[in-house]
Design a protein around this ligand. Structure first.
Ligand code: PEP
Length: 262
């Protein structure tokens, strides 16, 4: 029912960041908030690379229960503080419907992760929270299922939804997941919602982030969600995919060169 593609605005009134067809939005930050220092350094790296929004996980939904699960409420405080200090609105994942109000107090945008894309109670709760929603595609989900997940949010009266393609599970083990680049135009043909791409979680490898980002820009994505870390070797979560140094500079330059507006 929306003939024109939508733009979603994130952040405090007067300092909002747009995600939509008339701009290109880089979102970057650490996979997980580990400490105030690490988050500050990552946020400064992100901002220097041209990021307009800061990402960072306080509640992590990890495949293994023995992996770092995030700092929880303390991580939210850190993220909110660093967002204020750097002037970047923040987006963070919420993994449990009971935490939605708390996360919404600290974050400008609520992320629903791939593992929770079909958690319908969570989708309804984030739909009620009064914050824009970043909805990742489940790694085992079709485009149709992903769009129906978005409908669960929209049905609550919240149309501020940004879709994020982050790779799907295929028979190919060379990458963690297979980035379904065709999903971007496929979604754009049937939905008015902005679509961004997460090349970090798709490939799971630092060396793939810039090439996949270029592909995302070329295919018409509305933005990127990228992991950065000041010390990837010692990261508590997904260090092998985090950008630092020359790789991050290359990403920043690709975004500057290849996108019409940043
Ligand atoms: C993330 O963005 O922190 C994340 C865990 O991604 P995904 O849900 O796509 O695996």
């Amino acid at each position: 029912h929306h003939p024109d593609r939508s733009t979603v605005h994130v952040g405090e009134p007067g300092a909002q960041v747009a995600i939509g067809p008339d701009t290109f939005t880089l979102i970057a930050g650490p996979c997980a908030v580990e400490s105030a220092q690490q988050t500050l350094e990552a946020a400064e790296m992100a901002r220097a690379a041209g990021a307009r929004l800061l990402r960072g996980g306080a509640f992590k939904s990890r495949t293994s229960p023995y992996s770092f699960q995030g700092l929880g409420p303390q991580g939210l405080e850190i993220l909110a503080d660093i967002g204020r200090a750097t002037g970047l609105p923040v987006v963070t994942e919420v993994v449990d419907a009971r935490d939605v109000a708390l996360v919404a107090e600290h974050a400008h945008m609520l992320q629903v992760g791939a593992r929770n894309m079909a958690n319908f109670g969570l989708l309804q709760a984030v739909g009620d929270a009064g914050r824009p929603v970043l909805l990742k595609r489940g790694m085992n989900s079709t485009v149709e299922e992903w769009l129906m997940a978005a409908e669960y949010v929209a049905q609550r009266g919240n149309l501020d939804i940004v879709l994020c393609e982050r790779g799907i599970r295929t028979f190919e083990p060379a990458t963690r997941n297979t980035l379904d680049i065709s999903a971007v135009p496929v979604v754009q043909a049937s939905s008015h919602l902005p679509v961004i791409v997460d090349p970090s979680h798709a490939g799971g490898r630092r060396d793939l982030v810039v090439p996949l980002s270029r592909a995302a820009i070329a295919v018409g994505a509305d933005g990127l969600l990228v992991d950065v870390h000041p010390d990837p070797e010692n990261a508590l979560c997904d260090g092998p995919q985090a950008l630092v140094g020359a790789d991050l500079r290359e990403l920043a330059s690709a975004v500057r060169r290849l996108t019409p507006v940043v």
